[in-house]
Ligand binder design. Structure first.
Ligand SMILES: Cc1cc2nc3c(=O)[nH]c(=O)nc-3n(C[C@H](O)[C@H](O)[C@H](O)COP(=O)(O)OP(=O)(O)OC[C@H]3O[C@@H](n4cnc5c(N)ncnc54)[C@H](O)[C@@H]3O)c2cc1C
Length: 267
């Protein structure tokens, strides 16, 4: 409402434009993760400066292969028929600027629009991406780092392991819902990687929350955590309330919400 009581239409800053791309290659990474290489001339000018950044992936509506571009109505992107487009958030993994390609790695799980699209994706399929959204601002003065996440965070964790200062100790704690989701992460000195299997039927994030609660965090350790929204909320509470850490110590993001479509982009 304005001061005169007149309703004011909500307007938000229009996000970056969508860049049309096509699938160039589809490569299984594990039985639970698939790499989709997207490419095309519209990737010209895309710059990703920080690790663990994000891009929005626009997909054809489920059941179709034609990509219909949405338009910005001042508040959100909508398709010409008024429906919301299928949009999901992923980690821009390897951007090859001269080659104009971008790799995404997508977790395969039941009932997901993006997961289903990635499973069936073949060369030439159309999609579009926008972004990037901000990534992780690495503190060069940190004493060390704890990286904690579930399968959806694996691409970002791999990228972070390559980007963190080599001289700093890093602890990595990863929860997988299936043992075959484990993969080889980039090697670096003074780094320990621990994998946790989520017991069948347990809420996602249960073992990750316990793993973070168990971690020895010397003063000055910076924490990066991402995964299911309710689980990372528990991690946030533990770090801030039980351990008395401050917001600048930890970067925590919900990547998806159990039982709800669409991502849980929150920081
Ligand atoms: C900044 C950011 C970066 C991200 N990077 C990646 C990435 O690199 N790779 C990646 O795979 N995901 C990533 N995600 C998470 C991804 O956006 C969500 O998992 C998204 O919901 C997947 O879309 P979908 O269409 O497959 O499933 P949806 O249609 O959104 O969801 C359908 C059902 O599947 C469940 N579900 C969603 N995701 C998962 C999952 N990972 N495991 C098990 N069940 C799930 C939902 O709770 C829902 O019940 C990222 C999210 C953010 C915010």
């Amino acid at each position: 409402m304005s001061s005169t009581g007149t309703p004011v239409a909500r307007t938000r800053r229009e996000p970056p434009v969508y860049r049309r791309v096509t699938v160039q290659a589809v490569t299984p990474v594990t039985p639970r993760l698939i790499r989709v290489t997207l490419g095309g001339p519209e990737l010209d000018g895309l710059v990703v400066e920080q690790p663990a950044a994000s891009v929005r992936l626009l997909l054809p509506s489920p059941g179709t292969t034609d990509l219909v571009m949405p338009t910005w109505n001042g508040n959100e992107f909508l398709l010409p028929d008024g429906r919301r487009p299928a949009l999901r958030t992923f980690t821009p993994l390897r951007l090859d600027t001269p080659g104009r390609t971008l790799d995404l790695e997508i977790v395969l799980h039941d009932g997901g629009a993006a997961s289903g699209w990635a499973t069936a994706a073949k060369e030439g399929d159309e999609a579009a991406i926008s972004g990037p959204g901000r990534g992780y601002p690495i503190d060069p003065d940190a004493a060390g780092f704890l990286l904690a996440g579930d399968e959806s965070a694996l691409p970002a964790i791999g990228q972070l392991l390559q980007a963190l200062p080599a001289a700093k100790p890093v602890q990595v704690r990863i929860e997988v819902a299936h043992a075959d989701a484990r993969l080889d992460l980039p090697e670096r000195p003074d780094t320990t990687v621990e994998w946790y299997d989520l017991p069948a039927g347990a809420p996602p994030g249960d073992t990750l929350v316990a793993a973070v609660a168990d971690a020895d965090l010397p003063a000055g350790t910076r924490i990066w955590a991402a995964g299911e929204a309710a689980a990372v909320q528990r991690i946030r509470r533990h770090l801030f309330e039980d351990r008395g850490l401050t917001r600048s110590d930890a970067w925590i993001r919900g990547y998806w919400k159990h039982g709800r479509s669409g991502d849980a982009d929150e920081s």
